[in-house]
Write a protein that binds this ligand. Structure first.
Ligand code: MN
Length: 232
């Protein structure tokens, strides 16, 4: 049996620190408004009851260190620095108390956003896909196994543009923390190894333009870099 348009889309994989085997990227789940100060700067209230979710296609993945073209259809292209959780074990209706057993590792991520399109969609009560789910919008640094660094519950998260600090916060300020995120998400989806969770960005989001260089970091985890090229 063969498929139309052979060869089929390649399996998308991301590097793992200290390993030759790579991590296959399956689904990309993202949390909205998971730091109070960011919700405030977006002009919306925090929902403490439960997180809310949007997704990106795995084809949106782009590795740290890349240069990406300024994306089409936007005049307000934003960075969002985030801690990313890489699921390593399948599970459904996972209790928060067991959630960390399903974590393979962690990585620095950038949830790149066409903010103008996202906000228009928000005002019109339409889905966010054009604002969030676009090519090269899910930037990911190497995944660091939890077996090496443990589980991250605190530590500085920051982002600089051209050397100037724009975002700085602490993982302690996550409203919905990693075990609760996994418990909530797995009540709606059968999580599988390869699923990624972008856990939300702190305050200080803003635009970048062609020629800008983004550098982010999470304490105890590592760095991420992205360069913005000219529009196509
Ligand atoms: Mn985000």
């Amino acid at each position: 049996m063969t498929d139309l348009f052979f060869p089929a889309a390649p399996v998308i994989t991301a590097p793992v620190r200290g390993a030759t085997k790579r991590y296959p990227v399956r689904r990309i789940f993202c949390v909205g408004r998971n730091y109070e100060a960011h919700a405030k700067e977006m002009g919306v209230a925090v929902d403490r009851e439960a997180p809310f979710w949007f997704t990106k296609a795995s084809e949106d993945y782009v590795p740290s260190g890349s240069t990406v073209a300024y994306p089409p259809g936007t005049g307000n292209y934003h960075y969002e620095m985030e801690l990313v959780v890489a699921i390593g074990r399948a599970g459904f209706r996972i209790p928060a108390s067991a959630a960390l057993d399903h974590v393979f590792g962690y990585a620095c991520g950038l949830d790149m956003t066409r903010r103008d399109l996202q906000l228009t969609a928000r005002e019109q009560r339409r889905p966010w896909d054009l604002g969030k789910d676009f090519e090269q919008s899910a930037v990911l640094a190497e995944i660091v196994p939890a077996s090496e660094i443990g589980h991250l519950t605190q530590g500085r998260i920051e982002l600089r543009v051209n050397g100037q600090t724009r975002q700085t916060s602490d993982l302690q300020l996550l409203i919905h923390r990693v075990p609760e995120l996994i418990a909530h998400l797995s009540s709606f989806y059968h999580l599988q190894a390869g699923d990624l969770i972008y856990t939300g960005t702190p305050e200080g989001v803003g635009p970048v333009v062609a020629g800008d260089r983004i550098q982010g970091s999470v304490e105890g985890l590592g760095d991420i870099e992205l360069e913005i090229g000219a529009a196509e």
